[in-house]
Design a protein around this ligand. Structure first.
Ligand code: SF4
Length: 470
Protein backbone atom coordinates (compact mmCIF):
# COMPACT_ATOMS: atom_id res chain seq x y z
CA UNK A 1 0.00 0.00 0.00
CA UNK A 2 1.27 3.44 -0.67
CA UNK A 3 1.08 6.56 1.41
CA UNK A 4 -1.37 8.22 -0.97
CA UNK A 5 -4.05 6.02 0.41
CA UNK A 6 -4.38 8.05 3.59
CA UNK A 7 -5.07 11.10 1.42
CA UNK A 8 -7.46 9.17 -0.71
CA UNK A 9 -9.16 7.62 2.29
CA UNK A 10 -9.65 11.08 3.79
CA UNK A 11 -10.94 12.44 0.50
CA UNK A 12 -13.54 9.69 0.17
CA UNK A 13 -14.56 9.79 3.82
CA UNK A 14 -18.27 10.12 4.46
CA UNK A 15 -19.08 13.60 5.78
CA UNK A 16 -20.94 12.18 8.77
CA UNK A 17 -17.90 10.12 9.77
CA UNK A 18 -15.58 13.07 9.31
CA UNK A 19 -17.84 15.27 11.46
CA UNK A 20 -18.02 12.61 14.20
CA UNK A 21 -14.24 12.16 14.27
CA UNK A 22 -13.54 15.88 14.12
CA UNK A 23 -16.09 16.71 16.82
CA UNK A 24 -15.06 13.88 19.13
CA UNK A 25 -11.35 14.52 18.86
CA UNK A 26 -11.61 18.32 19.18
CA UNK A 27 -13.81 17.98 22.28
CA UNK A 28 -11.34 15.50 23.80
CA UNK A 29 -8.43 17.89 23.25
CA UNK A 30 -10.23 20.82 24.83
CA UNK A 31 -11.35 18.82 27.86
CA UNK A 32 -7.84 17.49 28.38
CA UNK A 33 -6.36 20.99 28.31
CA UNK A 34 -8.85 22.34 30.84
CA UNK A 35 -8.55 19.48 33.31
CA UNK A 36 -4.83 18.82 33.01
CA UNK A 37 -3.66 22.40 33.34
CA UNK A 38 -6.52 23.43 35.64
CA UNK A 39 -5.61 20.75 38.17
CA UNK A 40 -1.88 20.42 37.69
CA UNK A 41 0.05 23.66 37.30
CA UNK A 42 3.22 21.66 36.75
CA UNK A 43 1.66 19.29 34.22
CA UNK A 44 4.55 19.52 31.77
CA UNK A 45 7.15 18.56 34.35
CA UNK A 46 4.94 15.64 35.42
CA UNK A 47 4.74 14.53 31.79
CA UNK A 48 8.52 14.65 31.57
CA UNK A 49 8.85 12.68 34.82
CA UNK A 50 6.38 10.03 33.63
CA UNK A 51 8.36 9.77 30.39
CA UNK A 52 11.59 9.23 32.32
CA UNK A 53 10.01 6.54 34.50
CA UNK A 54 8.68 4.65 31.51
CA UNK A 55 11.95 5.04 29.63
CA UNK A 56 13.90 3.75 32.62
CA UNK A 57 11.59 0.73 32.82
CA UNK A 58 12.13 0.00 29.14
CA UNK A 59 15.90 0.27 29.46
CA UNK A 60 15.75 -2.37 32.24
CA UNK A 61 12.82 -4.35 30.95
CA UNK A 62 14.49 -7.74 31.47
CA UNK A 63 14.97 -7.02 35.17
CA UNK A 64 11.48 -5.60 35.72
CA UNK A 65 9.82 -8.38 33.78
CA UNK A 66 11.51 -11.00 35.94
CA UNK A 67 10.55 -9.12 39.09
CA UNK A 68 6.91 -8.86 37.99
CA UNK A 69 6.84 -12.56 37.13
CA UNK A 70 8.20 -13.51 40.56
CA UNK A 71 5.72 -11.28 42.40
CA UNK A 72 2.77 -12.57 40.39
CA UNK A 73 3.74 -16.18 41.08
CA UNK A 74 4.14 -15.35 44.79
CA UNK A 75 0.64 -13.88 44.67
CA UNK A 76 -0.79 -17.10 43.25
CA UNK A 77 -1.06 -16.16 39.58
CA UNK A 78 0.34 -18.21 36.69
CA UNK A 79 2.59 -16.36 34.27
CA UNK A 80 3.01 -17.17 30.58
CA UNK A 81 4.97 -15.54 27.79
CA UNK A 82 3.86 -15.29 24.17
CA UNK A 83 6.40 -14.45 21.51
CA UNK A 84 3.90 -13.52 18.81
CA UNK A 85 0.21 -13.15 18.03
CA UNK A 86 -0.31 -16.77 17.04
CA UNK A 87 1.24 -18.05 20.24
CA UNK A 88 -0.79 -15.61 22.39
CA UNK A 89 -4.06 -16.71 20.76
CA UNK A 90 -3.11 -20.36 21.09
CA UNK A 91 -2.29 -19.96 24.79
CA UNK A 92 -5.65 -18.32 25.49
CA UNK A 93 -7.45 -21.03 23.56
CA UNK A 94 -5.61 -23.80 25.42
CA UNK A 95 -6.30 -22.26 28.82
CA UNK A 96 -10.01 -21.99 28.02
CA UNK A 97 -10.26 -25.42 26.44
CA UNK A 98 -8.45 -27.21 29.29
CA UNK A 99 -10.92 -25.71 31.74
CA UNK A 100 -13.97 -26.56 29.69
CA UNK A 101 -14.86 -22.90 29.15
CA UNK A 102 -17.09 -21.83 26.23
CA UNK A 103 -18.56 -18.54 27.42
CA UNK A 104 -16.17 -15.65 27.84
CA UNK A 105 -16.45 -11.94 28.58
CA UNK A 106 -13.73 -9.55 27.59
CA UNK A 107 -12.97 -5.99 28.58
CA UNK A 108 -11.11 -3.60 26.33
CA UNK A 109 -7.55 -4.58 25.54
CA UNK A 110 -5.64 -3.21 22.60
CA UNK A 111 -3.23 -6.12 22.58
CA UNK A 112 -6.15 -8.48 21.93
CA UNK A 113 -7.00 -6.34 18.89
CA UNK A 114 -3.39 -6.65 17.75
CA UNK A 115 -3.43 -10.43 17.93
CA UNK A 116 -7.01 -10.69 16.55
CA UNK A 117 -8.09 -12.77 19.49
CA UNK A 118 -11.83 -12.38 18.86
CA UNK A 119 -11.56 -13.80 15.36
CA UNK A 120 -9.40 -16.68 16.59
CA UNK A 121 -11.75 -17.64 19.43
CA UNK A 122 -14.87 -17.28 17.26
CA UNK A 123 -13.33 -19.63 14.69
CA UNK A 124 -12.69 -22.13 17.46
CA UNK A 125 -16.30 -22.01 18.60
CA UNK A 126 -16.03 -19.88 21.76
CA UNK A 127 -18.78 -17.44 22.66
CA UNK A 128 -16.99 -14.20 23.51
CA UNK A 129 -18.71 -10.91 24.23
CA UNK A 130 -17.02 -7.53 24.42
CA UNK A 131 -18.16 -5.68 27.53
CA UNK A 132 -16.82 -2.19 26.85
CA UNK A 133 -19.79 -0.44 25.22
CA UNK A 134 -17.77 0.94 22.31
CA UNK A 135 -16.07 -2.39 21.66
CA UNK A 136 -19.44 -4.16 21.96
CA UNK A 137 -20.84 -1.97 19.18
CA UNK A 138 -17.73 -2.61 17.09
CA UNK A 139 -18.26 -6.35 17.64
CA UNK A 140 -21.95 -6.20 16.66
CA UNK A 141 -21.04 -4.32 13.48
CA UNK A 142 -18.10 -6.56 12.56
CA UNK A 143 -16.17 -3.28 12.46
CA UNK A 144 -12.77 -2.22 13.82
CA UNK A 145 -12.07 0.38 16.51
CA UNK A 146 -10.88 3.68 15.09
CA UNK A 147 -9.44 5.21 18.27
CA UNK A 148 -7.60 3.65 21.20
CA UNK A 149 -9.90 5.16 23.84
CA UNK A 150 -13.11 5.85 21.90
CA UNK A 151 -13.40 2.87 19.55
CA UNK A 152 -16.57 4.19 17.91
CA UNK A 153 -15.60 7.83 17.57
CA UNK A 154 -16.49 7.43 13.88
CA UNK A 155 -20.11 6.49 14.57
CA UNK A 156 -23.10 8.62 15.51
CA UNK A 157 -26.00 7.53 17.69
CA UNK A 158 -28.35 6.98 14.80
CA UNK A 159 -25.95 4.41 13.31
CA UNK A 160 -25.67 2.73 16.72
CA UNK A 161 -29.45 2.63 17.11
CA UNK A 162 -29.73 0.93 13.70
CA UNK A 163 -27.11 -1.63 14.73
CA UNK A 164 -29.03 -2.45 17.90
CA UNK A 165 -32.24 -2.81 15.95
CA UNK A 166 -30.56 -5.09 13.38
CA UNK A 167 -29.05 -7.26 16.13
CA UNK A 168 -32.34 -7.74 17.97
CA UNK A 169 -31.60 -5.38 20.85
CA UNK A 170 -34.90 -3.50 20.63
CA UNK A 171 -36.68 -1.26 18.14
CA UNK A 172 -34.91 1.76 16.70
CA UNK A 173 -34.24 4.26 19.44
CA UNK A 174 -31.30 6.65 19.33
CA UNK A 175 -31.65 7.97 22.86
CA UNK A 176 -28.19 7.39 24.44
CA UNK A 177 -29.69 6.32 27.76
CA UNK A 178 -31.88 3.72 26.08
CA UNK A 179 -28.95 2.40 24.07
CA UNK A 180 -26.84 2.10 27.21
CA UNK A 181 -29.62 0.43 29.19
CA UNK A 182 -30.21 -2.15 26.47
CA UNK A 183 -26.50 -2.94 26.27
CA UNK A 184 -26.35 -3.26 30.05
CA UNK A 185 -29.28 -5.68 30.18
CA UNK A 186 -27.74 -7.81 27.44
CA UNK A 187 -24.32 -7.85 29.07
CA UNK A 188 -25.52 -8.65 32.56
CA UNK A 189 -26.92 -11.93 31.29
CA UNK A 190 -23.54 -12.62 29.72
CA UNK A 191 -21.68 -11.78 32.93
CA UNK A 192 -23.76 -14.30 34.80
CA UNK A 193 -23.17 -17.12 32.35
CA UNK A 194 -19.49 -16.49 31.50
CA UNK A 195 -16.95 -18.85 33.00
CA UNK A 196 -13.87 -16.85 32.09
CA UNK A 197 -13.03 -13.21 31.69
CA UNK A 198 -10.25 -11.74 29.57
CA UNK A 199 -8.79 -8.34 30.41
CA UNK A 200 -5.76 -6.31 29.53
CA UNK A 201 -3.82 -4.19 32.01
CA UNK A 202 -3.00 -0.53 31.77
CA UNK A 203 0.00 -0.95 34.03
CA UNK A 204 1.77 -3.71 35.92
CA UNK A 205 3.87 -2.89 38.95
CA UNK A 206 7.11 -4.87 38.99
CA UNK A 207 7.36 -4.21 42.73
CA UNK A 208 4.10 -5.87 43.77
CA UNK A 209 2.90 -7.67 40.65
CA UNK A 210 -0.26 -5.54 40.80
CA UNK A 211 -2.21 -5.26 37.60
CA UNK A 212 -3.88 -1.91 37.25
CA UNK A 213 -6.97 -1.86 35.01
CA UNK A 214 -9.02 1.24 34.32
CA UNK A 215 -12.49 1.42 32.78
CA UNK A 216 -15.27 3.97 32.72
CA UNK A 217 -18.08 1.45 32.83
CA UNK A 218 -16.91 -0.95 35.54
CA UNK A 219 -17.22 -3.71 32.97
CA UNK A 220 -13.98 -5.48 33.84
CA UNK A 221 -15.16 -5.73 37.48
CA UNK A 222 -18.45 -7.23 36.43
CA UNK A 223 -16.64 -9.67 34.17
CA UNK A 224 -14.26 -10.77 36.91
CA UNK A 225 -16.88 -10.97 39.65
CA UNK A 226 -18.67 -13.93 38.08
CA UNK A 227 -15.85 -15.71 36.24
CA UNK A 228 -13.82 -18.55 37.65
CA UNK A 229 -10.86 -17.91 35.33
CA UNK A 230 -9.16 -14.58 34.69
CA UNK A 231 -6.79 -14.27 31.74
CA UNK A 232 -4.91 -10.98 31.45
CA UNK A 233 -3.19 -10.21 28.16
CA UNK A 234 -0.44 -7.71 28.77
CA UNK A 235 2.08 -6.18 26.39
CA UNK A 236 5.53 -6.44 27.96
CA UNK A 237 5.92 -2.66 27.82
CA UNK A 238 3.13 -2.13 30.36
CA UNK A 239 5.45 -2.42 33.34
CA UNK A 240 6.24 0.35 35.78
CA UNK A 241 8.91 -0.10 38.45
CA UNK A 242 6.76 0.33 41.57
CA UNK A 243 3.34 1.04 43.01
CA UNK A 244 4.27 4.67 43.60
CA UNK A 245 4.64 5.24 39.86
CA UNK A 246 1.04 4.15 39.40
CA UNK A 247 -0.35 7.28 41.01
CA UNK A 248 1.54 9.52 38.58
CA UNK A 249 0.53 7.42 35.59
CA UNK A 250 -3.13 7.28 36.62
CA UNK A 251 -3.27 11.04 37.21
CA UNK A 252 -1.93 11.66 33.72
CA UNK A 253 -3.85 8.90 31.97
CA UNK A 254 -7.39 9.94 33.00
CA UNK A 255 -6.77 13.60 32.26
CA UNK A 256 -5.05 12.98 28.92
CA UNK A 257 -7.48 10.33 27.69
CA UNK A 258 -10.90 11.65 28.61
CA UNK A 259 -10.37 14.86 30.54
CA UNK A 260 -11.32 13.15 33.80
CA UNK A 261 -9.38 13.58 37.03
CA UNK A 262 -9.32 9.83 37.26
CA UNK A 263 -10.94 7.13 35.17
CA UNK A 264 -14.17 6.10 36.92
CA UNK A 265 -13.16 2.55 37.88
CA UNK A 266 -9.57 1.73 38.78
CA UNK A 267 -8.83 -1.85 39.82
CA UNK A 268 -5.66 -3.21 41.35
CA UNK A 269 -5.41 -6.98 41.04
CA UNK A 270 -2.58 -8.89 42.67
CA UNK A 271 -3.65 -12.46 42.09
CA UNK A 272 -6.59 -14.87 42.11
CA UNK A 273 -9.34 -14.79 44.70
CA UNK A 274 -8.14 -15.18 48.28
CA UNK A 275 -9.91 -17.64 50.64
CA UNK A 276 -11.60 -14.81 52.54
CA UNK A 277 -12.93 -13.10 49.38
CA UNK A 278 -16.60 -13.59 48.51
CA UNK A 279 -16.16 -13.38 44.74
CA UNK A 280 -13.54 -13.33 42.05
CA UNK A 281 -11.75 -15.80 39.80
CA UNK A 282 -10.18 -18.89 41.35
CA UNK A 283 -7.44 -18.83 38.73
CA UNK A 284 -5.50 -15.93 37.31
CA UNK A 285 -3.24 -16.19 34.27
CA UNK A 286 -1.10 -13.36 33.00
CA UNK A 287 0.16 -13.70 29.44
CA UNK A 288 2.96 -11.26 28.68
CA UNK A 289 2.85 -10.63 24.95
CA UNK A 290 5.89 -9.67 22.92
CA UNK A 291 4.53 -9.44 19.33
CA UNK A 292 7.22 -7.16 17.93
CA UNK A 293 8.05 -5.28 21.10
CA UNK A 294 11.59 -6.53 21.60
CA UNK A 295 12.41 -5.65 18.00
CA UNK A 296 10.95 -2.21 18.64
CA UNK A 297 12.99 -1.95 21.81
CA UNK A 298 16.14 -2.70 19.85
CA UNK A 299 15.36 0.05 17.33
CA UNK A 300 16.17 3.77 17.50
CA UNK A 301 12.44 4.43 18.05
CA UNK A 302 12.12 2.57 21.33
CA UNK A 303 10.60 5.62 23.07
CA UNK A 304 7.27 4.75 21.47
CA UNK A 305 7.00 1.83 23.91
CA UNK A 306 6.45 4.36 26.70
CA UNK A 307 2.94 4.88 25.31
CA UNK A 308 0.11 4.50 27.83
CA UNK A 309 -2.62 4.46 25.14
CA UNK A 310 -4.35 7.67 26.17
CA UNK A 311 -5.30 8.71 22.62
CA UNK A 312 -4.41 12.39 23.18
CA UNK A 313 -2.05 12.43 20.19
CA UNK A 314 -4.76 11.28 17.80
CA UNK A 315 -7.28 13.75 19.23
CA UNK A 316 -4.97 16.62 18.45
CA UNK A 317 -3.54 15.40 15.14
CA UNK A 318 -4.79 17.32 12.06
CA UNK A 319 -4.24 14.29 9.84
CA UNK A 320 -6.18 11.92 12.13
CA UNK A 321 -9.02 14.44 12.44
CA UNK A 322 -9.44 14.59 8.69
CA UNK A 323 -8.83 10.96 7.84
CA UNK A 324 -10.20 8.96 10.84
CA UNK A 325 -8.53 5.97 12.47
CA UNK A 326 -9.38 3.44 9.78
CA UNK A 327 -7.16 5.28 7.31
CA UNK A 328 -4.13 3.92 9.18
CA UNK A 329 -4.93 0.29 8.27
CA UNK A 330 -3.79 -0.95 11.65
CA UNK A 331 -4.94 -1.31 15.23
CA UNK A 332 -3.16 1.85 16.32
CA UNK A 333 -4.19 5.01 14.49
CA UNK A 334 -2.97 8.59 14.55
CA UNK A 335 0.59 9.63 15.38
CA UNK A 336 0.95 6.65 17.73
CA UNK A 337 0.03 4.24 14.94
CA UNK A 338 2.19 6.03 12.38
CA UNK A 339 5.18 5.12 14.55
CA UNK A 340 4.12 1.93 16.31
CA UNK A 341 2.43 0.01 13.50
CA UNK A 342 5.49 -0.18 11.18
CA UNK A 343 7.66 -1.16 14.15
CA UNK A 344 5.36 -3.85 15.55
CA UNK A 345 5.01 -5.27 12.06
CA UNK A 346 8.71 -6.18 12.29
CA UNK A 347 11.42 -6.02 9.63
CA UNK A 348 9.67 -8.56 7.43
CA UNK A 349 6.48 -6.49 7.13
CA UNK A 350 7.87 -3.00 7.71
CA UNK A 351 7.37 -2.01 4.08
CA UNK A 352 3.61 -2.59 4.38
CA UNK A 353 3.32 0.31 6.80
CA UNK A 354 6.35 2.34 5.75
CA UNK A 355 4.12 5.09 4.33
CA UNK A 356 2.38 5.80 7.65
CA UNK A 357 5.16 7.99 9.12
CA UNK A 358 4.56 10.32 6.19
CA UNK A 359 0.99 10.91 7.34
CA UNK A 360 2.02 13.82 9.50
CA UNK A 361 2.52 17.53 9.13
CA UNK A 362 5.22 17.34 11.83
CA UNK A 363 3.46 20.15 13.66
CA UNK A 364 4.61 18.71 16.98
CA UNK A 365 1.18 18.82 18.67
CA UNK A 366 1.36 15.07 19.40
CA UNK A 367 4.53 15.51 21.42
CA UNK A 368 3.08 18.49 23.31
CA UNK A 369 0.07 16.50 24.54
CA UNK A 370 1.74 13.16 25.18
CA UNK A 371 1.58 12.32 28.91
CA UNK A 372 4.85 10.39 28.69
CA UNK A 373 6.56 12.98 26.52
CA UNK A 374 7.29 10.76 23.52
CA UNK A 375 9.15 12.76 20.85
CA UNK A 376 6.79 11.51 18.15
CA UNK A 377 7.88 13.94 15.38
CA UNK A 378 11.52 12.82 15.82
CA UNK A 379 10.47 9.19 15.62
CA UNK A 380 8.43 9.87 12.48
CA UNK A 381 11.50 11.40 10.85
CA UNK A 382 13.66 8.44 11.85
CA UNK A 383 11.14 6.05 10.36
CA UNK A 384 10.85 8.05 7.16
CA UNK A 385 14.60 7.88 6.87
CA UNK A 386 14.63 4.15 7.55
CA UNK A 387 11.88 3.53 5.02
CA UNK A 388 13.78 5.49 2.41
CA UNK A 389 17.10 3.79 3.10
CA UNK A 390 16.12 0.21 3.72
CA UNK A 391 12.72 -1.01 3.02
CA UNK A 392 10.37 0.86 0.83
CA UNK A 393 12.09 3.18 -1.57
CA UNK A 394 9.13 2.54 -3.87
CA UNK A 395 6.88 4.35 -1.41
CA UNK A 396 9.01 7.44 -1.99
CA UNK A 397 9.46 7.13 -5.76
CA UNK A 398 6.83 9.71 -6.40
CA UNK A 399 8.31 12.35 -4.09
CA UNK A 400 8.74 15.54 -6.09
CA UNK A 401 12.18 16.89 -6.85
CA UNK A 402 12.66 19.79 -4.43
CA UNK A 403 15.63 21.37 -6.20
CA UNK A 404 13.53 23.84 -8.24
CA UNK A 405 11.73 24.84 -5.06
CA UNK A 406 15.08 25.44 -3.33
CA UNK A 407 16.20 27.66 -6.22
CA UNK A 408 13.05 29.76 -5.96
CA UNK A 409 13.20 29.98 -2.20
CA UNK A 410 16.69 31.43 -2.39
CA UNK A 411 15.64 34.40 -4.50
CA UNK A 412 12.95 36.78 -3.13
CA UNK A 413 12.17 38.18 -6.61
CA UNK A 414 11.81 34.73 -8.17
CA UNK A 415 9.72 33.62 -5.17
CA UNK A 416 7.29 36.54 -5.61
CA UNK A 417 6.93 35.84 -9.30
CA UNK A 418 6.33 32.16 -8.67
CA UNK A 419 3.59 32.96 -6.15
CA UNK A 420 1.80 35.09 -8.71
CA UNK A 421 2.18 32.41 -11.32
CA UNK A 422 0.97 29.75 -8.89
CA UNK A 423 -2.30 31.61 -8.46
CA UNK A 424 -2.98 30.62 -12.05
CA UNK A 425 -3.32 27.05 -10.82
CA UNK A 426 -6.73 27.89 -9.41
CA UNK A 427 -8.11 28.51 -12.89
CA UNK A 428 -6.50 25.41 -14.41
CA UNK A 429 -8.34 22.15 -13.73
CA UNK A 430 -5.88 20.16 -11.71
CA UNK A 431 -6.44 17.12 -13.87
CA UNK A 432 -4.49 18.95 -16.62
CA UNK A 433 -1.69 20.01 -14.34
CA UNK A 434 0.16 16.73 -14.20
CA UNK A 435 3.09 16.37 -16.42
CA UNK A 436 6.46 14.83 -15.74
CA UNK A 437 7.19 13.62 -12.24
CA UNK A 438 4.64 16.04 -10.76
CA UNK A 439 1.97 14.14 -12.64
CA UNK A 440 2.41 10.95 -10.70
CA UNK A 441 2.38 12.88 -7.47
CA UNK A 442 -0.75 14.89 -8.13
CA UNK A 443 -2.65 12.01 -9.72
CA UNK A 444 -3.00 10.45 -6.28
CA UNK A 445 -3.50 13.52 -4.17
CA UNK A 446 -6.20 16.07 -3.82
CA UNK A 447 -4.67 19.51 -3.94
CA UNK A 448 -6.41 22.32 -2.11
CA UNK A 449 -6.85 25.63 -3.92
CA UNK A 450 -3.68 27.67 -4.03
CA UNK A 451 -3.68 30.48 -1.51
CA UNK A 452 -0.07 31.61 -1.76
CA UNK A 453 0.92 35.25 -1.59
CA UNK A 454 -1.72 36.31 0.92
CA UNK A 455 0.68 36.57 3.82
CA UNK A 456 2.84 39.11 1.99
CA UNK A 457 -0.25 41.06 1.04
CA UNK A 458 -1.51 40.95 4.63
CA UNK A 459 1.89 42.00 6.02
CA UNK A 460 2.17 44.90 3.55
CA UNK A 461 -1.32 46.15 4.42
CA UNK A 462 -0.63 45.83 8.12
CA UNK A 463 2.57 47.81 7.77
CA UNK A 464 0.71 50.50 5.85
CA UNK A 465 -1.96 50.69 8.57
CA UNK A 466 0.65 50.93 11.31
CA UNK A 467 2.46 53.76 9.55
CA UNK A 468 -0.78 55.51 8.76
CA UNK A 469 -3.23 54.71 11.59
CA UNK A 470 -5.92 57.22 10.55
S1 SF4 B 1 1.78 8.28 22.07
FE1 SF4 B 1 1.48 9.53 23.91
S2 SF4 B 1 -0.31 10.79 23.42
FE2 SF4 B 1 -0.29 9.10 21.93
S3 SF4 B 1 -1.60 7.51 22.83
FE3 SF4 B 1 0.52 7.08 23.47
S4 SF4 B 1 0.74 8.09 25.46
FE4 SF4 B 1 -1.06 8.96 24.50
Amino acid sequence: MSHQQIDQFAHRLDKGVRDSVLGGSAAGTEKRRQVLFGDLPNADSLRALAGRIKQHTLEHLDRYLEAAEERLIDNGAKVHFAWDAASACQQVETLLRERGVRQVTKSKTMVSEEIELNRHLAEKGFDLVETDLGEFIVQLDGDHPSHVVKPIIHKNRSQIAKTFERCGLGDYNDDPETITRRAREYMRRKYLSAEASITGANFVSAESGRLCIVTNEGNSRFGLAGARVHIALVGIEKLVPDDRSLSLMLNLLGRSATGQNLTVYTEFIRGPRQPEAISGPEEMHVIFVNAGRTETLASDCREILRCIRCGACMNVCPVYRQSSGHAYRSVYPGPLGAVLSPLLAGSARFAEFADLPKASSLCGACNEVCPVDIPIPDLLLRLRDRAHREHAPAAFDDAPNLKPWAMLAKSPAAWRMSLRAANMLNIVPLGFLPFGPLGRWTSQRTLPSWRGGRYRQWAAERKKQKNNPS
